[in-house]
Design a protein around this ligand. Structure first.
Ligand SMILES: Cc1ncc(COP(=O)(O)O)c(C=O)c1O
Length: 369
């Protein structure tokens, strides 16, 4: 048996005729950028996340940069974030001229540890940026009193977690501003690059709208230096189709995670945890093993794909060497970066495939001890 890491074709396949018709519709309309599908997608996602104000942009990285810009975060400012994330999170902070301040994570949910955040706050801190990493919602409920006590906005990087929730609150409706990515392997994908900024405050949303379009409301008067970061109607038309299925797909991911546990994966690897009241969507299924590389090699021999995500945490990346972090500074993130392995995960992973993967892990364990 061959078990791929992801299978985006299993999502597109059954929807192909609808996607083709949507693409043809956009071609016929001649409205290619920020057209009616973008507006509709902004409204549809807004309705799912407590009526927040959504602004479609060119990708998830731009969404982060523009969100920071809309909060006036720049040189001299610090933003507290997680070291265990895709580079774009920290890059966006640095791109604005601000300094990412890395705070260690919890091993159970892989997200920033709220108990360690307060000690990182300085007079220069301007925001806290948790990431709902691998589809598990960060503990924004615990971050909220800390943020409020210091007057700091919370910026949610929700690129990997559309549809996840915590105590009934969906991601993107927890913080003050949030960002999404529609990169094709994301759980709510597009068929190219795309992103969104989700704002609590309509005035911030108006600024984001202006920023995505060269700092102008009307292409006549230019009020500030902005970006050319707009969402294509073609993308929005297809994302709207996927949006109708994303919650079922998320259920499929949860079922796959349950199948791994039921097949006994926990006997061989440390399973990803779930915080009480959290409802993750398993964008990636990250299990840990002391001898990760050997497990990975043994899985490969049996046709099971796996991958290392974030093998070097952000605080130890060369680009941030000037910040002076040393190995051992953020031990939980370093431990996860060293031991976590993404196992196959997608909405249509079957119980048989999950059992086959667990069997392969069990055999790998015999090989690696
Ligand atoms: C956590 C996280 N933040 C931000 C991004 C950036 O998104 P994009 O690739 O759409 O720029 C990604 C994905 O690539 C991501 O995984």
């Amino acid at each position: 048996m061959n078990v791929p890491l992801m299978d985006i074709g299993s999502q597109y396949g059954p929807l192909r005729a609808e996607i083709d018709a949507a693409i043809a519709g956009v071609l016929d309309s001649g409205r290619f950028i920020l057209g009616p599908h973008v507006t509709a997608l902004e409204e549809e996602i807004g309705a799912e996340v407590d009526g927040r104000h959504c602004v479609g942009v060119a990708n998830g990285t731009d969404a982060l940069v523009i969100a920071l810009n809309a909060l006036d975060i720049g040189p001299g400012d610090e933003v507290i974030t997680t070291p265990y994330t895709f580079y774009a999170t920290a890059e966006a902070i640095a791109r604005m001229g601000a300094t990412p301040v890395f705070c260690d994570i919890r091993a159970d949910d892989y997200c920033i540890d709220p108990a360690l955040v307060e000690a990182k706050i300085t007079p220069r801190t301007k925001a806290i940026m948790p990431v709902h990493i691998f589809g598990h919602p960060a503990d924004v409920r615990a971050l909220r009193p800390i943020a409020d006590a210091h007057g700091l906005p919370i910026i949610e990087d929700a690129a990997q977690a559309y549809g996840a929730s915590d105590a009934g609150t969906p991601v993107c409706a927890m913080g003050d501003i949030a960002t999404l990515s529609f990169f094709p392997t994301k759980n709510l994908p597009g068929i190219g690059d795309g992103g969104m900024v989700v704002c609590k405050d309509p005035e911030v949303a108006a600024r984001v709208r202006r920023l995505r379009f060269h700092g102008s409301k009307d292409k006549v008067v230019f009020e500030e230096v902005g970006y050319n970061s707009r969402l294509d109607d073609l993308q929005a038309a297809v994302i709207r189709i996927f949006l109708k299925h994303v919650h079922d797909w998320n259920d499929g991911r949860r079922a796959a995670a349950a199948a791994y546990a039921a097949a006994g994966l926990g006997e061989y690897m440390t399973l990803p945890g779930v915080r009480a009241d959290a409802h993750p969507i398993y964008h990636l299924y990250m299990a840990r093993h002391e001898n990760r590389e050997a497990v990975q090699a043994a899985l490969k021999e049996r046709g099971v794909a796996s991958a290392v995500y974030y093998g070097i945490p952000m605080h130890l990346q060369p680009v941030f060497a000037h910040l002076g972090y040393r190995e051992g500074d953020l031990p939980v993130a370093e431990e996860c970066a060293r031991t976590a392995l993404a196992l196959p995960m997608h909405p249509h992973l079957t119980a048989e495939e999950a059992a086959y993967v667990v069997d392969a892990v069990a055999q790998a364990r015999e090989a690696v001890g």
